[in-house]
Write a protein that binds this ligand. Structure first.
Ligand code: ADP
Ligand code: 5GP
Length: 191
C-alpha cells in the first residue's frame, strides 16, 4: 500500500536522551532514510554544518518563515526557536516516501494536531541518572543551561504516554534500527 510508505514519523524525547545521536546513526546505517533539516535561531555548536545539522537563521528570518506559514511546526526551547520547514516534508510524503522529524515535545504535539496520522515515537533513556550524565557528558552547554534543560526533561519524560511507540535508547545502533523499522512499518489497522 502506498500509504504505508509515505508515513510521517516524529522522534521526540527529553534533551540529552540521544535523539541527535540516534538520528545520525540512522543516517550512517541507512543513508536512504530522509530526515528533515530544521531551522533554528540557536548558534552552531563546533562541528555543526549549516544545511546539514540545521539551517541556522536569525530571529528576523524565523519571524518571516512563520509569517509565510512556511513551518509545519515550531517551538521555543531553552531560549532559542526551532522549526520544521513544511515544503520539503510535503514533497517527500507526496513522492510516497517516509519522512523523519527529530523535534521536541511541543512540536510533536503540533504535528499530532495538524497530521493525526503521523507516527509519534518517544526516545526514552534507560534511567533518569543515565539522562543526567548524558546531558552533562555532552559538555556543550554551560551548567545553568544544562539545569534548564534538565528541568524541561522531567516534564518531557512525563509525556511519554502521549506517544504511539516508546524506543529505549540503551544502545545507539539498536535504537536506530528499531526506529528505521518503525519508519516503514504499515500503520495500525483502522488508522
Ligand atoms: P539529544 O539530541 O536528545 O539532546 P544527544 O544526541 O546530543 O541528545 O546525546 C546526548 C549525549 O548522550 C551525547 O554525549 C551522546 O554521545 C550520548 N549518547 C547518546 N546515545 C547514547 C547511548 N545509547 N549510550 C550512551 N551515550 C549516549
Ligand atoms: P539542540 O539545541 O540540542 O540541537 O536541540 C534542542 C531541542 O530542539 C531538541 O530537543 C531537538 O529535538 C529540538 N528540535 C530540533 N529541531 C526542531 C524543530 O524543527 N522543531 C522543534 N519543535 N524542535 C526541534
Amino acid at each position: 500500500m502506498a500509504r504505508a510508505q509515505a508515513r510521517l514519523t516524529v522522534l521526540s524525547g527529553p534533551s540529552g536522551v540521544g535523539k541527535g545521536t540516534v538520528v545520525a546513526e540512522v543516517r550512517r546505517r541507512h543513508p536512504a532514510v530522509w530526515v528533515s533539516v530544521s531551522v533554528t535561531t540557536r548558534k552552531p555548536r563546533p562541528g555543526e554544518v549549516d544545511g546539514e545539522h540545521y539551517w541556522f537563521v536569525d530571529d528576523e528570518h524565523f519571524d518571516w518563515l512563520i509569517a509565510q506559514d512556511g513551518l509545519l511546526e515550531w517551538a521555543e526551547f531553552a531560549g532559542n526557536r526551532y522549526g520544521t520547514p513544511a515544503g520539503p516534508v510535503r514533497e517527500q510524503l507526496a513522492a510516497g516516501s517516509p519522512a523523519l522529524l527529530e523535534i521536541e515535545l511541543q512540536g510533536a504535539r503540533q504535528v499530532r494536531a495538524r497530521a493525526p496520522e503521523a507516527q509519534l515515537v518517544f526516545l526514552a533513556p534507560p534511567s533518569w541518572s543515565e539522562l543526567v550524565s548524558r546531558l552533562a557528558g555532552r559538555g556543550t552547554e554551560h551548567p545553568e543551561v544544562q539545569e534548564r534543560r534538565l528541568a524541561l526533561a522531567q516534564a518531557e519524560l512525563d509525556a511519554a504516554g502521549e506517544f504511539d511507540v516508546v524506543v529505549v535508547n540503551d544502545d545507539v545502533a539498536r535504537a536506530a534500527d528499531e526506529l528505521v523499522g518503525l519508519l516503514t512499518a504499515p500503520p495500525p489497522a483502522g488508522s
